[in-house]
Design a protein around this ligand. Structure first.
Ligand code: AMP
Ligand code: GLY
Length: 425
């Protein structure tokens, strides 16, 4: 199998690390990849927004499978491009077609889809310039906090949770009339606020069947105790201690199965990951959001916790045969702690030299925002590295990761020391 993996973050390093372990992986290219992925395959520079160029490369290099890490190429139709060209459709693409990617690409679409399929989620109304006044009335009648979501992709910044009506009205007007998030906020979803604890469930889906991956919980705020600005994710744990069999059964019956049935009803052949961003309210799960990819940094705990061969799983995904294979999961606890550049998620400096320890014991160092410059490893992003460890308890896994974080050095390094604080028993 000759595989092309698209993406450049910690999630893609975890995927590259795992794919390269498969005896079936004959050659792995990563576009563009990072110094971490370069340990497992060949990084290539390729304009992945230009599908014609991706196709030319795939044909030239006799690629059999394309694995898409981030959502952008999916929302823009990379899978459709390969399915729709008869000379390309022998190449498997792991990631849904555009119609499936709308679950992440449009909040309004996702809400309507959930409503149609009776999938538990917060109540909502869609607002555009045409019914802005209705939006203002809804805000007046709602109890705070008020949740406003830009309809389209807004680089993870399109969700606002406002504590008073005045701020909510101002934000709604700015989103729609001033296009605060560009085109993405021409339409806004006003949602009921759900009070509970969040967790994530991932399914790999072949259009008909699915396999559930280990559960995970990520920590999005920059500060300890989940305070401060939202980030891409400061750490993650897997599996999630409070997600017991009873809760998981509700998730499967009320959310996972109706989602897959709903996609089939819409004639969407969904081959790829579905990320269910969930919240437990009382004892019941609700959907906060869908994503059409793996999470980052959730992938850095979920992927290493899968013992089965990932190329086997992806082949079965492409061939509609996930029902014919099993998925073996690691029984240990897994944690990842993300090292970031000081200042992130606001302005931060790049190009700081990174020193890595010689000995990592059995922890894994996943690269996110790194580059090599004159033979030296340097920072090149806000999230720099993710340190993943296993142990028989989550507490011990977290301690291992934090110990390794202390031995890694770069100027203005920061990491949260309290990842997992709310789920440790
Ligand atoms: P998202 O960018 O869609 O991941 O949303 C960001 C965060 O906003 C989520 O992780 C939740 O913490 C929060 N959130 C979104 N929708 C709701 C809701 N209806 N009720 C409570 N919190 C929400
Ligand atoms: N960690 C959140 C996400 O990947 O969307």
């Amino acid at each position: 199998m000759r595989i092309l993996l698209i993406g450049s973050g910690g999630r893609e390093h975890a995927l590259a690390w795992k794919l390269a372990q498969s005896p079936k992986c004959e050659k792995l290219f990563i576009a563009p990849g990072n110094p971490g992925t370069a340990q497992h395959g060949e990084n290539i520079s390729l304009d992945t927004t230009n599908f014609e160029k991706v196709a030319d490369f795939a044909v030239q290099e006799k690629i059999n499978m394309i694995v898409v890490g981030p959502e952008d190429p999916l929302v823009n139709g990379i899978s459709d491009y390969f399915y729709d060209h008869s000379d390309l459709n022998h190449i498997a693409v792991i990631g849904p077609v555009k119609a499936g990617a709308l679950l992440e690409g449009s909040k309004a679409y996702a809400k309507a889809f959930m409503k149609e399929n009776n999938i538990p989620t917060a109540g909502y109304t869609e607002i555009t310039a045409d019914n802005l006044e209705e939006g203002m009335d809804i805000i007046d009648k709602k109890t705070t906090p008020i949740v406003l979501k830009a309809d389209g992709l807004a680089a993870g910044k399109g969700v606002l949770i406002l504590l008073d009506e005045k701020a909510a009205k101002r934000s709604l007007r700015e989103m729609i009339m001033d296009e605060k998030f560009g085109e993405a906020s021409q339409k806004v979803v006003i949602e009921d606020f759900l009070d509970g604890i969040e967790f994530s469930v991932f399914a790999l889906c072949d259009g008909e069947n699915y396999k559930l991956l280990p559960t995970a919980k990520d920590y999005k705020r920059i500060g300890e105790g989940d305070k401060g600005l939202n980030t891409g994710g400061m750490g993650a744990v897997s599996p999630v201690p409070f997600v017991d069999e009873a809760l998981m059964q509700k998730v499967e019956e009320r959310i996972v199965k109706p989602t897959i049935e709903g996609l089939k009803k819409r004639n969407i052949e969904y081959k790829g990951f579905i990320y269910f961003g969930l919240i437990k309210v009382g004892n019941d799960p609700y959907v906060i959001e869908y994503n059409v990819r793996l999470g980052d940094p959730e992938a850095q705990v979920v992927i290493p916790s899968i013992k089965s061969d990932l190329v086997d799983l992806f082949e079965a995904t492409a061939n509609g045969k996930l029902n014919e294979i099993g998925i073996e999961k690691d029984s240990r606890s897994c944690a990842t702690v993300v090292l970031v550049s000081g200042g992130y998620p606001e302005a931060y400096e790049k190009g700081k030299e990174i020193s890595l320890p010689r000995e990592t014991n059995d922890s894994i160092i996943f690269h996110a925002g790194t580059k090599t410059d004159d033979g030296l490893l340097k920072t090149s992003g806000g999230r720099v590295l993710a340190i993943t460890s296993f142990d028989d308890t989550l507490k011990k896994a977290l301690e291992k990761s934090k110990r390794l974080c202390d031995t890694i050095d770069f100027d203005k390094k920061y990491y949260r020391k309290d990842i997992g604080f709310d789920v440790l028993t």
